[in-house]
Design a protein around this ligand. Structure first.
Ligand SMILES: [Zn+2]
Length: 273
């Protein structure tokens, strides 16, 4: 369990590491269908793949906010559940969380909505997500007989009464604005946090490995719309670089924080150390 605390103006922030998903070279190669396997192999020989899950916690104007929930106590990769331990180390518990922003409905972001017994893991939270995210997955899951999809349909349905939709540009708390990052999923969203002239941009899953900064044309195999995801990836990385914004990625090596630089037509990653 690792916790990285930072302050953005008057907003207290912490990156809580849920765990690290172990991946072989073959696992990574299989995730990038439009890249040459040898090129991916060379990229990960230069820098080992990252499988971290970096969750953002925020405290703004008295609200405790969590961005995604990881796997929690539910079955998943080994050694998950760091977020709950991280909250404890901050003097908080799951019951203190008021608002949960669900960036998108992939399993590594939503599974921990329930505890090991299937009861709601965050009893006092309300949830925000985008309408397009909801619509994409409700349609896909309802059309599927796969056990995993039935499970996720049930999981999201179990919180339906406490979900409200937010549109890009709206704030979920003072200084915490929703940003459209569609493409990875159809309603994938991030957050731009701003207070007293300081900013943090949580870009979530616009990419999954640091090598995609240098190769934004390499599509991630689980993107709902690979071409749209690439366009949004290039646009968003360009904005992070041009505005020199402190940037957070959900899956890069913990804490997943750093700055994006331009390198000709592509980009470079400068992690905080
Ligand atoms: Zn993810």
């Amino acid at each position: 369990m690792s916790v990285y605390q930072l302050q953005i103006g008057e907003i207290n922030c912490a990156v809580l590491q849920e765990g690290v998903v172990k991946m072989t070279a073959e696992d990574v190669i299989a995730r990038y269908p439009n890249a040459e396997p040898d090129a991916i192999a060379a990229a990960i020989a230069a820098q080992p793949p990252s499988g971290s899950l970096n969750l953002l916690y925020l405290q703004s104007a008295g609200s405790h906010i969590l961005v995604d929930v990881g796997f929690g106590e539910t079955p998943g990769p080994p050694d998950m559940g760091g977020v709950l331990r991280g909250l404890t180390s901050l003097g908080l518990s799951a019951a203190d969380i008021d608002i949960i922003h669900l960036t998108h409905f992939h399993g590594d972001h939503i599974s921990g909505l329930v505890d090991a017994d299937g009861a709601t893991a965050y009893p006092n939270a309300r949830y925000v997500t985008t309408r397009s995210e909801w619509n994409e997955w409700m349609a896909r899951w309802k059309a599927s007989d796969a056990a995993r999809d039935r499970h996720r349909l049930q999981l999201i349905s179990s919180i339906a009464e406490r979900v409200s939709f937010v549109a890009p540009g709206e704030e979920i708390a003072p200084g915490v604005e929703v940003v459209n990052l569609e493409g990875h999923t159809l309603g994938h969203s991030g957050l731009l946090i701003e207070s007293k002239g300081e900013r943090l941009f949580h870009v979530v899953d616009i990419l999954h490995q640091a090598f995609q900064l240098a190769r934004p044309d390499w599509h991630f195999g689980l993107d709902s719309d690979g071409a749209l995801a690439e366009r949004v990836r290039r646009q968003t990385l360009g904005r992070c670089a041009d505005e020199n914004i402190l940037t957070l990625f959900y899956h890069l090596d913990f804490p997943g924080l750093g700055r994006v630089g331009r390198d000709g037509e592509v980009f470079a990653w400068k992690p905080v150390n």
